[in-house]
Every structure is written in C-alpha cells, then in structure tokens.
Design a protein around this ligand. Structure first.
Ligand code: CUA
Length: 370
C-alpha cells in the first residue's frame, strides 16, 4: 500500500516538476523548429507511458493487495491482451522514431544556395574556413598540415588560394542565410554543437561530415564540443556570432586569405612584431586551447605572469621560468612536468625561430618588470 502511494506521488511530482522546471531548452535561434517538435513528441509519448504504467502498477498494488482468504487466479496465456500490448508498443515506438528520420533527412540535405563553412576540430580548439570569391574550398589533406598551414589546405590547389581563414575560436555568420557546415577533425572524435541552433554533428577523423541550418536570430552563441576528446574537452569551446548580412560581408573582407597566411610577415627578433608572430603561432598550433593569457585556469599553466616565475616540478625541484626553460620545455614537454598539471602537452614540430617567437610571446605576458 505504501508503495502504491509512493508511486502516485512520484508520478504527480514528475508531472509538476516538468511544468515548473527552470531547466529546459534554450530559445531557438535557427530554422530547426522541427528538432524541438520531435523532442516534444518524445516527451509526450514517454511521459504518457510513464504516467500510465506507474498509475497502473499503483492500482494493481491496491486492487490485489493481500486479504485473508483471497487467492490469485493463474492465467498462463492471454493472446488477446498480448496482441494489444504489442500493437500499442509498436505504434508508440514508430511514433518516437519516424519523425526523427524525416527531420534528419532534411538536416543533411542543404539548400543549393547555402553559404559553405568549414569547421575543423583539433585538441582542443575550433578553426573555420570559408570559400573565397570562387565559392569553392580548396582541397585539404593531413600531409599538408604544418606550421603555416594548420588546416592542411593543398598549397597547389588554385581553388584554395582565396579561401578565407578565421583566426581563433570565433566565427561570424549572416542572419537568415542557410549555412552548410562541413566538419573535419585533426585528431580525435569531436562534435560541433551549438545548442541554440539545435544543430550538432560528430566529427570523425578521416572523413567529412556535414549538416545545415539557417540562423534566425542575431547574437553570440557558444559552440561546444560534445564528444569526450581528451583532457582538454571541457575547454573546447568556440563562439558563433550571428550578424546582419552587411556586417558579415565587411567582417569576411577583413579575414586573411589562405595565400596570405602562407607568407607570414618577416619580423626582427626582439620586436613587438616578433612576439605578435608568437601569438599567431600559439593560435595556429593550438597552444591557446590549454594556456590562457588572462590568468584563467586551463589544462596547462596560464601564460599570464608565467615568465620570471619559479615553478615547482613533480620531481621535487624548482625551476625559474626563463627563456632557456621555456625553449627546453617546448622542445621536449615530457622531460619534466610542472606540479599541478597533467603531463599531456604534445611535442610540436617547430623551427628554432618559431620557438623563439613563442617564447617572446609568453615573455610579453610575464611578470611586470621582467
Ligand atoms: Cu573535442 Cu571534446
């Protein structure tokens, strides 16, 4: 009897909680109302079955409770009841799954005039590329990936020369224009997910996956990685900023073309431009995914105030973070490890000059007076 009462209370509590909960989907910012509709269908069907089954159990607990002298009847088969149950369950499952198939078929069939956006996932950051005036992305391959070419774009493909590269984790998109998103990964499984767009897709190394959506609201939306992809996974965040079409065109004009990024400006050692080169390298090599420059915590130490600091190492010794220390550490990150940080920093191929530029950049964020 007590269990019957508990079940009824659980059902009532769940239904009430569903209506008053503050945890519900964020307001929609894309064309994918259909995603929300399928979610609603799922909630209604599973909710209905949850309520009915639990109330039925509570009823039978009460109706057939133990009473002196009563005996249960034995009924091994009831074909009529079984047919009904199989029928109702089948209809319920079809109603749960079929709408999703329709929506998904739409989701991977972009309109012909869609703007193409390439998203490349890498432990642990996002990069973006748009086709240039020719409307075509240049070919890409892992063997072209290098210091100046983090996206691995084929340097000999004429279609790729005018491709627009976006520096950093933030990309802009025009309002009310369909966007076809092409997804690639440099390393592990990732998943590009912007909750407000109701749009996400797994990114599998070695293949290009895609989906499309139309942003219907201006604003700044967080893009997050939705596949556990290593220790920096929670930091793998970017932003999609939706702006009016003219603002988007102006912004796009300002982004570098692939051919420009292949020839970085020459800068003398010790100059501000040299540290600036280090900053761009830190972006392109993915350092910024783990090292902040504003003091916020990450997988690795923040670069703010790092230069000139004395760090404790896991072997019990201490070391002054100077140019020699940083150079050695970048060259061979596994040789020593700093207390409080997992030894996960990858070894990256860099020329001596690139290492110096990175060190200059880290130094520029060092302790005041250093
Ligand atoms: Cu990329 Cu999680």
């Amino acid at each position: 009897m007590a269990i019957a009462v508990a079940l009824v209370l659980i059902v009532l509590g769940s239904v009430v909680f569903h209506w008053i909960t503050p945890w519900w989907i964020t307001p929609l910012a894309s064309n994918w109302q259909a995603m929300d509709d399928t979610l609603t269908i799922t909630v209604v069907i599973t909710g209905l079955f949850f309520v009915l089954i639990n109330l039925f159990i509570a009823y039978t607990l009460w109706r057939y409770r133990h009473r002196p002298g009563s005996r249960a009847a034995y009924e091994p088969e009831n074909h009529r009841l079984e047919r009904w149950l199989i029928g109702i369950t089948s209809v319920g499952i079809i109603a749960l799954l079929a709408p999703g198939l329709w929506v998904y078929a739409d989701y991977v069939r972009p309109p012909g005039d869609a703007l193409v956006l390439e998203v490349v996932g890498q432990q642990w950051q996002w990069r973006y590329r748009f086709p240039g005036a020719d409307g075509q992305l240049g070919g890409s391959d892992a063997r072209f990936v290098g210091g100046a070419n983090p996206l691995g774009i084929d340097p000999d493909d004429p279609a790729g020369q005018d491709d627009v590269l976006v520096e950093g984790n933030e990309v802009r998109l025009p309002l009310n224009r369909p966007v076809k998103v092409l997804l690639r990964s440099h390393d592990a499984l990732h998943d590009f997910f912007v909750p407000q767009f109701r749009a996400r897709m797994n990114i599998v190394p070695g293949m290009v996956s895609s989906f499309w959506f139309t942003p219907t609201r201006t604003g700044r939306f967080e893009a997050m990685c939705a596949q556990l992809c290593g220790v920096g996974h929670p930091d793998m965040r970017g932003h999609v900023v939706v702006v009016e079409a003219p603002a988007f065109s102006a912004w796009l004009q300002d982004q570098p073309r692939f051919v420009q990024t292949l020839a970085p400006p020459v800068a003398a050692e010790g100059s501000d431009a040299f540290a600036e080169r280090g900053r761009v390298l830190a972006q392109n090599k993915g350092c910024v995914a783990c090292h902040s420059v504003d003091g916020s915590p990450g997988v690795g130490p923040t670069w703010k105030g790092l230069f000139g600091k004395t760090e404790s190492l896991d072997d019990g010794t201490t070391a002054l973070v100077d140019e020699a220390f940083l150079r050695d550490f970048i060259r061979n990150p596994q040789a020593r490890s700093i207390k409080g940080y997992p030894p996960v920093m990858p070894r990256i191929e860099l020329s001596d000059e690139e290492v110096d530029a990175l060190v200059a950049h880290i130094r520029s964020h060092g302790k005041p007076g250093q």
